[in-house]
Ligand binder design. Structure first.
Ligand SMILES: [Zn+2]
Ligand SMILES: [Zn+2]
Length: 765
């Protein structure tokens, strides 16, 4: 296999070379060996020696810090041996203290299973009863009591922990000897889910405090702009007791990172999917094992199909060496696939990001990223799959015609520069906090000082409200929850509120229905209206009805090749301005708003085309959240009106582009944000652009956005100004999800509006 010849084909030969806009050479690095002041316990030293493993500097640092009783955050690249670095000192303790226990938390069940397999090998190598066990929703009831009674290392997830805390008496042995809490893939815990997870950790800490346990927290995270802050927010540890280890001492082969931009010849002239298939076919033809990451399962299948068609057209024999990788593969299917990869029977694999999170299928010669996976964190995780040991590897990124993709495609220095993404966790959201305070009171009577100590200053006000609503009752031992249903049943970790949660029922084969998922009322109105296509995991479902009185949406599993986009009317009312930065009459502000949304219809799309448009009859929904907004100087607007310029079209274009780029600084999905522009807003008295959060109460996204608003405005201005299109395109001001069909729209006016916004005072820090 030759990565070099594949690189040469891409950069020298037509048609490939015309699309290659940048090649970043990331030099090879030799390993730096780490040394321990005290040697490892003999069984662990033997375990390493038998596998020919040598400790690297960052691993030795982690071992020293964990031995010294510090909390540790390991933030080094994928495949740098983070897992080994924390397992060695933790197992040393498990060997030395026959009662000590450890809890390992993973974001997915598949990952916990994978890790369990390797921990079992470690268990076999040491003379101690550790009995690592997975305890999650799939654990057979018959095994649970034994795990609680005997296991000293439990692998689980936050959903399970949330449920388990209500049964603390059953876990007394495990909790009272808990020495370590490991949170792997910690960057996943951000936004609504991260805020919920952080409060689950606070509930755990309070129960542990009651039984005299104070574990060390060990986190492994991808590189972020604020990894240490994330670790502190997630666990509540004192920053002065936390060591951040991020200087990677592992070896790395040379990596060629190619930007392959289908937009390079002009907007919309080439299809990114077809180009991805072409690169995959070239990789396989060169004998280089190639893994493609696609942003959806539909696209993964499309790319695999096109690559096979290319092989057939060239009478090349490699068509059957290309396979898709699907979410939900059984471990046995994965083992078979790994075997086929090792033997070379499979040379091209097309996957969704199901493969991104740690699951081990080995590394490959080349990785192709089809589209921007949403975050630089994901880019680094996916690119990290390329490169076996110290061999050279190739990563090809194929950006889509999308603002974020094209902004980065034209700025390699930003792409490869220091991380700018912030993971946000909000402990003060009253909707999220109230649910966890109810759970805490159900787990153990809750007194006010403890509530403040573990749940922060916002707890007092929320407890007052819960008492006033009769959900908590004062007793001599503290506040207790005694209502029905059980607190743990009403609190969902991926939602903000407790009220008005819609159950999505899937009609089963035999007529019986089961709950597919639950969602906020607001989200249900826009994503689960009749006719909507709902994606769950990788499967499509069509909504047959939405019952507004019983909060139930009925769906049918159905394979469809189209999707739906809601059309909404939105009104924003400012409740309270919390902070502002001004430059003359230009104002940037952040605060509390009330959003009223009404879904009035939906569009059906197939590919890039709208094939149908339907209306729906749904009530408006009003919720409080947070927003940031730019209010433009009245003089600017007056002048544009005098010139009869299309100011609304300019505001609309600027609004789209700003909202598209914000996830570059604040880690979130584009769908977590809404945006609105108004040429004269009653509350500001000026032309105003809002970016608001969809989560009730807000989870800190716009607060962080406010702190990065100047950088955001500058980047957005550069994006729109430099886009080679004439009158606006999907790479700058057009949005495929716009509920008013991108009307009105004016690209050059959008550029003028953005030129105003960059005048706001500089960002803090
Ligand atoms: Zn454009
Ligand atoms: Zn729009």
């Amino acid at each position: 296999m030759s990565v070099e010849s594949l690189l040469e084909t891409l950069t020298r030969r037509p048609p490939f070379r015309d699309f290659v806009t940048h090649v970043e050479e990331r030099p090879a690095r030799t390993a730096r060996e780490g040394w321990l002041a005290e040697p490892l316990a003999p069984p662990l030293a033997r375990y390493l020696a038998q596998r020919g493993l040598v400790l690297r500097t960052h691993q030795a640092q982690a071992i020293a810090a964990i031995r010294a009783g510090r909390h540790v955050l390991l933030s080094t690249p994928p495949a740098s041996g983070k897992t080994l670095a924390f397992n060695l000192p933790i197992w040393e303790r498990l060997l030395a203290d026959p009662e000590a226990t450890a809890l390992y938390l993973y974001p997915t069940k598949a990952l916990a299973q994978d890790q369990w397999t390797s921990l079992t090998a470690l268990a076999a190598a040491v003379p101690a009863r550790v009995l690592p066990a997975v305890y999650d929703g799939d654990t057979p009831p018959g095994q649970r009591a034994r795990i609680r009674a005997q296991s000293r290392l439990v692998l689980s997830n936050f959903y399970m922990l949330h449920q388990t805390l209500g049964w603390a008496h059953q876990w007394e042995r495990f909790w009272s000897h808990l020495a370590f809490v490991v949170i792997d893939e910690a960057h996943v815990y951000r936004g609504v889910f991260g805020s919920n997870a952080a409060l689950v950790v606070r509930r755990l800490a309070r129960l542990l405090d009651a039984v005299g346990a104070a574990p060390q927290y060990v986190l492994a995270s991808a590189t972020l702009a604020n990894a240490a802050e994330l670790a502190e927010r997630l666990t509540g540890v004192d920053p002065s007791h936390l060591d951040v280890i991020d200087d990677d001492g592992s070896a790395r082969g040379q990596q060629h990172f190619v930007f392959y931009n289908p937009e390079a010849l002009g907007p919309g002239l080439a299809s990114p999917h077809q180009e991805t298939a072409r690169i995959l076919a070239a990789g396989v033809a060169h004998g280089v094992q190639t893994l493609v990451f696609a942003v959806s399962r539909q696209l993964a299948e499309l790319v695999a199909r096109q690559a096979r068609a290319l092989a057939a057209a060239e009478h090349a024999p490699f068509g059957d060496q290309v396979a898709p990788y699907r979410a939900g593969y059984l471990p046995s299917e994965r083992r078979a696939l790994e075997g086929d990869l090792r033997s070379g029977r499979i040379r091209g694999l097309v996957s969704t990001n199901a493969l991104e999170l740690g699951v081990d299928i080995g590394s490959l010669g080349a990785v192709v990223l089809s589209g921007f996976p949403g975050t630089m964190v994901s880019v680094r995780q996916q690119a990290g799959r390329a490169g076996r040991g110290e061999d050279a590897s190739l990563v090809v990124w194929v950006p889509f015609a999308d603002p974020l993709d094209q902004y980065l495609a034209r700025r390699p220095a930003v792409f490869f520069g220091r991380p700018h993404e912030h993971a946000v966790i909000d402990l003060g959201n009253p909707y999220i906090l109230s649910g966890h305070l109810l759970c805490a009171a159900a787990e153990r009577p809750l007194d006010r000082p403890a509530a403040r100590r573990f749940f922060g200053p916002a707890a007092d006000g929320v407890l007052d409200q819960l008492q006033a609503r009769g959900l908590l009752r004062e007793t001599p031992r503290g506040l207790v929850y005694q209502s029905r249903p059980a607190a743990h049943q009403v609190v969902a970790l991926d939602a903000t509120g407790m009220q008005a949660t819609v159950k999505v029922l899937r009609e089963g084969e035999g007529g019986e229905a089961f709950v597919l998922e639950t969602m906020d009322w607001t989200r249900a109105l826009s994503e689960a209206h009749p006719g909507a296509v709902l994606l769950h995991g990788a499967e499509t479902h069509v909504v047959s009805s939405l019952d507004l009185t019983h909060y139930v949406a009925a769906v049918k599993k159905q394979r469809v090749d189209y999707w739906t986009e809601p059309m909404k009317s939105v009104v924003i009312h400012i409740l309270e301005e919390r902070d502002a930065r001004e430059h003359g009459a230009l104002k940037l502000a952040w605060g509390d708003v009330e959003v009223t949304e009404q879904v009035v219809g939906y569009k059906t799309r197939r590919g890039d085309e709208v094939v149908a448009q339907d209306t729906v009859d749904l009530p408006p929904v009003t919720y409080r959240t947070r927003a940031l907004w730019f209010a433009l100087p009245e003089a600017f607007s007056r002048q544009r009106r005098l010139e009869r310029a299309n100011l609304p079209g300019g505001l609309h274009g600027a609004e789209h582009a700003l909202a598209s780029l914000m996830p570059l600084w604040v880690l979130c999905d584009r769908r977590d944000l809404g945006a609105l522009s108004v040429w004269h807003h009653p509350d500001t008295g000026a032309a105003t652009i809002f970016i608001h959060e969809h989560a009730e109460g807000g989870i800190g996204l716009t607060e962080r956005g406010f702190d990065r608003a100047r950088a955001l405005a500058e980047a957005t201005h550069a994006l729109v100004r430099d886009c080679p299109c004439q009158a606006g395109c999907p790479s700058c001001v057009y949005s495929p999800t716009c509920s008013s069909d991108n009307l009105p729209m004016d690209k050059s006016m959008a550029s003028e509006v953005l030129a105003q916004l960059v005048e706001i005072p500089p960002d803090p820090e």
